[in-house]
Design a protein around this ligand. Structure first.
Ligand code: PMT
Length: 426
């Protein structure tokens, strides 16, 4: 690799990972591994966050190339992006001399997606009006892949009529425009205009690259544990982290579904663009879930619902009081899945079965008893427990008697495979 350190334009362009294979199979989870992402950095203070964005993209296995405007270089040096991406940065189409290949055409042809972050008022105006007067804006004329535009600027600038008009043009032209965050801005004011955090941009990029085969579907997912109080300070619960359910909700949203997630108490970030309804108890989960069944096309019950609750919740903390043992009286909670199974009309109903023994036999009983279309059976004890782990190994039991074992895989990928199977049922 030969490049001019002053101009940082590559001459014999074979960048890091440029020949990596594409890894996604149709219908499977979209990953950024091996994807060619061009990051366009325009001249805004949020350019420092773009360095973090490069790191996040590289961590996901993407091949990242950065284009910077001259103003962007005043905020962050190109060397930072060069070091983080492992690839030369392009900031001037003429810097490489006459024998240089045409980077804006070559990079545009190879890009799986383009992110403009920060997108300044000036760059948004150029994109909306077809102005190509520097490396980045010229490159954008040649791009045919999906583009994510991340506006970032002072609130008054963002709300300016011309900027809003230009953003409307970009949306109409098929660009994906990410709403800026609201809060304290670098210019000392507060309001809309913050560049979203890098993990949000990466998340939206994954969505942008995912085929929308669930568009028009309303999906209801339950996730996490429930909590049943026994007194004001203690409760009965289980080890569900919510990861499996959140992965399903996120995957369905990536695929274009309108998703509602009824969630027990978990320690996870809510998936973007998903309506999250927080609940604590099984009774609350039952109420919120059953109220939405009629309006849903697909219902996936991943939540680990407590089967029992305390018959009486003590008004004050239960004291030890010298007792050698304490007996709690429990009563049964509503079986939400069973109730939906009774009520459902055309909905696809998917339940999970959390077992510690006789996995398939017990799960098959649940499939029949709860009138589900599919039961996803997993083990929740020992070293392979599905509780809290990043991966899961499941056996699918279909209503028509089919059985399919899926290999252990991370929950994000598994979520997409489950959605593939669910779509085959609809
Ligand atoms: O959250 P994670 O840490 O990622 O872990 C994922 C998981 C282990 C929680 C998940 O993969 C799983 O197995 N979820 C189902 C947990 C459970 O309650 O299983 P069950 O076999 O007890 O119940 C069978 C089905 O009936 C489930 O779909 C459950 O949501 C539903 N149910 C159970 C009891 C009840 N009162 N109402 C219900 O709707």
């Amino acid at each position: 690799m030969i490049y001019d350190i002053n101009n940082l334009i590559i001459r014999n362009r074979k960048s890091r990972g440029a020949d990596m294979p594409k890894k996604d199979k149709p219908g499977s989870a979209v990953t950024l591994a091996g994807k060619h992402i061009v990051l366009g950095v325009a001249g805004g203070i949020a350019a420092y966050k773009s360095a973090e964005l490069v790191r996040a993209l590289v961590k996901k296995g993407a091949v990242v190339r950065v284009m910077m405007t001259a103003n962007a270089c005043r905020f962050v040096g190109p060397m930072t992006f060069e070091a983080l991406s492992g690839n030369p940065v392009c900031r001037d189409l003429w810097a490489g001399g006459e024998e240089t290949a045409i980077p804006h055409i070559e990079w545009a042809g190879q890009a799986d997606a383009v992110v403009i972050a920060p997108a300044t008022a000036n760059m948004i105006g150029k994109l909306a009006n077809g102005i190509a007067d520097d490396a980045l804006s010229t490159f954008m004329m040649a791009v045919t892949s999906p583009v994510l535009v991340c506006p970032s600027m002072n609130t008054n600038m963002y709300q300016n009529r011309a900027v809003q008009r230009n953003l409307a043009i970009l949306r109409k032209d098929g660009y994906e425009v990410l709403e800026p965050g609201t809060g304290e801005l670098a210019c000392g004011t507060s309001g809309a205009g913050r560049m979203p955090e890098p993990d949000i941009i990466v998340d939206r990029l994954c969505r942008l690259l995912t085929p929308k085969d669930m568009a028009g579907k309303k999906v209801l997912v339950t996730a996490g544990p429930t909590r049943e109080s026994i007194d004001p300070v203690r409760f009965i619960s289980n080890h569900s982290s919510g990861r499996m359910g959140y992965a399903l909700a996120r995957a369905a949203e990536y695929r274009g579904a309108e998703v509602t997630l009824i969630s027990g108490p978990v320690n996870l970030e809510p998936p973007v663009n998903v309506a999250v309804v927080p609940v604590q108890t099984a009774a609350e989960m039952a109420g919120e879930t059953l109220a939405r069944v009629a309006a849903s096309h697909i219902i996936v019950k991943v939540a680990a619902v407590g089967d029992y609750r305390a018959r009486e919740v003590a008004a004050q903390k239960i004291k030890k009081g010298g007792r050698p043992e304490l007996v709690l009286h429990l009563e049964e909670n509503p079986d939400i899945l069973k109730e939906i199974g009774r009520k459902k009309k055309k909905q696809i109903l998917v339940g999970f079965a959390a077992e510690t023994q006789a996995l398939v036999k017990n799960a098959r009983t649940k499939l029949a008893e709860k009138n589900a279309d599919l039961i996803v059976a997993n083990i929740v004890s020992g070293k392979d427990s599905a509780f809290g782990s990043d991966t899961n190994e499941v056996c699918l039991l279909f209503k028509d008697g089919r059985e399919e074992r899926l290999p252990r895989q991370d929950k994000e990928r598994l979520a997409h495979v489950l959605l593939d199977r669910i779509l085959e049922l609809s």
